[in-house]
Design a protein around this ligand. Structure first.
Ligand SMILES: NC(=O)c1ccc[n+]([C@@H]2O[C@H](COP(=O)([O-])OP(=O)(O)OC[C@H]3O[C@@H](n4cnc5c(N)ncnc54)[C@H](OP(=O)(O)O)[C@@H]3O)[C@@H](O)[C@H]2O)c1
Length: 283
């Protein structure tokens, strides 16, 4: 039987579509109050309407931010921290594949900004609220694509050579290294942190990745699993009593799974943390 989440507060990014949308609906059905972080008010209102129809007892709400911009990540974290005294669950899930290299207004390559820096800034911004609700959980959506990634700390923003899939893969490697380092740093706080690969899932993922990748991803989706399956491991990490107390792990198909060797490199995890803190201006 699914555990009851009555009264629990869940902050989630990327819930206007795909895996995050299914997860948000399920968490609301289990009794959680959802706090969405979204960039598009129309899309967020549509999911809020469905959440309210499914679970009207909870005051679900949305905060708006474009997660590619550090100032927005910080602002939305501060807004949520001001509104929510306790956060039981934080799900960092928003992500995208970018076919061409473009820089954000902070001078960051977009996959690094949206897929990694947003997780970093939002999580650190909500630290005290997560600790206030301990035992609480952070769940990060990574990907098995991390296995084809490598690190070049001298060129984190891909100035020398850009390939959208490799940039995406590295951002997903960042998710696993961030998870490990966060688990180490927050040990003893009562907040656990884990990440997962959802499986290749039929969502809007890749639809806007440009003329080269978008048709390829579209064709490959013939073999993808439905979003309800893609959300299973996320929901397992978010709710299952089996993983209470488990921290720093990478999961696939609801089971702990060994990531690549690069994803187990704790020196790289520390270096990535320091770089991210410097970029975010929190060092
Ligand atoms: N689908 C797969 O096969 C697969 C496999 C492995 C990992 N993943 C990961 O799963 C996660 C969810 O992806 P999905 O498959 O559910 O894709 P999706 O349907 O495209 O959903 C992506 C979500 O992220 C949000 N988002 C993207 N950029 C944003 C930004 N700059 N600011 C705020 N929100 C932003 C989107 O908002 P909008 O609705 O406004 O676009 C949407 O809610 C991603 O981290 C992805 O890397 C997916």
């Amino acid at each position: 039987m699914a555990p009851a989440l009555d009264g629990k507060v869940c902050v989630i990014t990327g819930a206007t579509s795909g895996i995050g949308r299914v997860a948000a609906m399920r968490l609301a059905q289990m009794g959680a109050r959802l706090v969405l972080v979204a960039r598009d008010p129309q899309r967020a209102e549509a999911i809020l309407a469905r959440l309210r129809a499914t679970a009207p007892a909870a005051a679900h709400r949305a905060h708006y931010a474009d997660l590619s911009r550090i100032a927005e990540m910080k602002r939305v974290a501060a807004e949520i921290a001001a509104a929510e005294p306790r956060i039981d669950l934080l799900i960092n899930n928003a992500g995208a594949l970018f076919g061409s290299r473009r820089l954000t207004e902070d001078g960051l390559e977009r996959s690094f900004a949206v897929n990694h820096m947003a997780y970093f800034v939002l999580t650190l911004g909500l630290r005290e609220r997560l600790i206030a609700a301990a035992p609480s959980r952070v769940v990060n959506t990574a990907s098995t694509m991390h296995r084809v990634a490598w690190f070049d700390f001298d060129d984190l923003q891909y100035a020398r050579f850009y390939n959208g899939v490799f940039a995406y893969a590295r951002s997903k490697l960042c998710n696993i290294l961030f998870t490990r380092e966060l688990a180490r740093r927050w040990a003893g706080t009562g907040v656990t942190v884990n990440c997962h690969h959802p499986g290749f899932t039929r969502t809007r993922f890749g639809n806007q990745s440009g003329l080269f990748w978008a048709p390829l991803v579209f064709a490959a989706k013939a073999f993808a699993i439905p979003p309800a399956w893609g959300a299973r491991t996320l929901l397992h990490l978010a709710t299952s009593p089996e993983v209470a107390g488990v921290t720093g792990g990478y999961f696939a198909r609801c089971r702990p799974t060994r990531p690549s060797r690069s994803a187990e490199d704790d020196a790289a995890a520390r270096r990535l943390w320091d770089e991210s803190a410097r970029i975010a201006g929190t060092a």
